[in-house]
Design a protein around this ligand. Structure first.
Ligand code: NAD
Length: 371
């Protein structure tokens, strides 16, 4: 990418050459969350460096090691000293000091929207640019003509992979009323057979939640869901015979759009099953949420798939599976899910370079002056 970054020449007037240059911004403050720390670091660092910037990078205090290994590799391949700088520390201290530093030209952040709001406050001091990739509450809309075998597997992996500690975890499953009973029964069968235990044992499907305090957060959401009338079908506790963070896959049925469990990001292995009766209701429920990171559509009707893709308020839509990130495809978050683009080519250049217009007069006439 670095040698593909080009400016433009505008043909406006015959006696004027107007050029646009794309220039490095300077120093990017990059701050990432604890989940998928290596991938999230790469996503932030690659375009920042390719656009000619230097970076001060802060990984999460909960998963700092892979960024340090990345820095070692950068040194090994000959990145000049000072181009990539890793600092470790607690968000409220090191992160806060970094984003407020006057030497920073742009903030590139991935994390919770509540932290993002604090960064907006910090950014306004120097009118710094800010790119934010935040949380999600991904709905998966399942229509009666969907390939159910595929849907069930995808719904289970979509919410329980990494125990739901994924920004695009499919936490809301919207099923057509007609298929509700069959879908729920098949989900339960699969969920019961998931093996959970030592995450370093490859025969286990599921490991544990990242920290004890995050288990407490998940427990609070689960208790709230029960209190608000959602029906718990499975899970809701820790794996028997274990202590610590082995929270079990949990499924709620009868979830209504107004319930907290349907609106807030749990960031854990908790699936909410909801029902709809027609397309319009499915779209209404899916969009009735403050997040808009991703959505899944399951149908074999191509027209419906695209109609709904256009109606959903989310920056990434997967139709009949797929939906994995690709370096050349930009992703944006709607609503609380972010500001600006992650990945992409033109979009990355736009995010990580400044634009400079140079207007060059070729005229041989003197500048007019009123006599
Ligand atoms: P977080 O917002 O608590 O922390 C993220 C980073 O910000 C950490 O490095 C932390 O130290 C730092 N930080 C915290 N307070 C700060 C402050 N006041 N000033 C500066 N920096 C501060 O998020 P988390 O719990 O680590 O990560 C989970 C969240 O990240 C979820 O909401 C998840 O959806 C989101 N996420 C989004 C994406 C995406 O691409 N949209 C990807 C992964 C995770």
């Amino acid at each position: 990418m670095p040698d593909k970054i080009a400016g433009k020449c505008y043909g406006t007037l015959p006696d004027n050459v107007t050029m646009q240059f794309r220039e490095p911004m300077g120093v990017i403050a990059s701050i990432v969350p604890w989940n998928f720390p290596f991938t999230n670091s790469a996503i932030k660092l690659a375009p920042s460096l390719a656009c000619g910037n230097t970076v001060v990078f802060k990984p999460s205090e909960l998963s700092p090691l892979s960024a340090l290994m990345l820095a070692e590799m950068a040194e090994e391949v000959g990145l000049p000293p000072g181009v990539l700088n890793i600092i470790n520390g607690i968000g409220a201290e090191a992160g806060n000091a970094l984003v407020r530093h006057p030497g920073i030209d742009k903030i590139a952040f991935t994390g919770r929207h509540q932290t993002g709001a604090l960064m907006l406050e910090a950014a306004k001091v120097g009118m710094k640019g800010i790119l934010m990739e935040l949380g999600g509450k991904t709905p998966s809309l399942v229509f009666p003509d969907a390939p159910l075998d595929h849907v069930i597997n995808a719904a289970i992996t979509g919410i329980f992979m990494n125990l739901g500690q994924v920004c695009v975890a499919g936490s809301r499953l919207l099923v057509h009323q007609k298929q509700h009973d069959e879908v729920v029964e098949r989900l339960l069968q699969k969920a019961k057979n998931l093996r959970q235990g030592d995450p370093t044992d490859a025969s286990n499907h599921l490991g544990c939640i990242a920290t004890p305090s995050h288990v407490n957060t998940i427990e609070t959401y689960v208790e709230k869901a029960k209190g608000e009338g959602a029906r718990m079908l499975i899970g809701g506790d820790r794996l028997k015979g274990t202590t610590g963070c082995f929270y079990r896959p949990t499924i709620f049925d009868g979830v209504k759009p107004g319930m907290t469990i349907a609106r807030e990001e749990v960031f854990g292995p908790v699936l909410s099953v909801m029902t709809f009766t027609d397309e319009a209701e499915a779209v209404r429920i899916a969009n009735d949420c403050d997040f808009g990171l991703m959505a899944n559509i399951w149908t074999s009707d191509g027209g419906r798939a695209l109609r709904i893709a256009r109606a959903l308020k989310a920056g990434r839509i997967a139709i009949n599976g797929g939906g994995a990130l690709r370096a050349n495809v930009p992703v944006y978050g709607y609503k609380l899910s972010g500001i600006g683009a992650e990945l992409g080519f033109e979009e990355a250049i736009h995010e990580y370079t400044n634009s400079k217009a140079v207007l060059y007069s070729l005229s041989t006439e003197k500048t007019p002056w009123p006599e």
